[in-house]
Design a protein around this ligand. Sequence first.
Ligand code: ZN
Length: 154
Amino acid sequence: MSELRALYQEVLLDHSKHPHNFRAMPDASRSAQGYNPLCGDKVTLYVKLEGDRIVDVSFQGTGCAISTASASILTQVLKGKTREEAEALFTRFHDFVTGHGQPDGKAPELGKLAVFSGVAEFPVRVKCATLAWHTLRSALSGSEEVVTTESAVE
Ligand code: ZN
């Protein structure tokens, strides 16, 4: 295992053990639930919007280390972003974990997401890593349905 990979692993584990913004949000503008039946990951995403801007985002749920770490990092990365910026990050993150792109210096936020670089090698884990992001999209679009990775467009 390379040193970088070992570091990424450590960051992921730290986020999964001590997730950021792990709380319910009673005054959320939007919320959505996501479920990954392949792994058993469940997540509820809460978003507070002011106009077009995400002023707060939090989550609750149970799941594997990757799904929890992904949701934790998502909440850190998306706070303060506009919906459009969130959508752009979703696309880039998705490309990245499915092995179609690399983070670069243009979006420093993607630096945090680099810890998922090993995920592309494990297709099953891609669903764990993207669950929170699919759920966030659903929350932003105002959908009431539970998102499952099996119906999500990959
Ligand atoms: Zn999982």
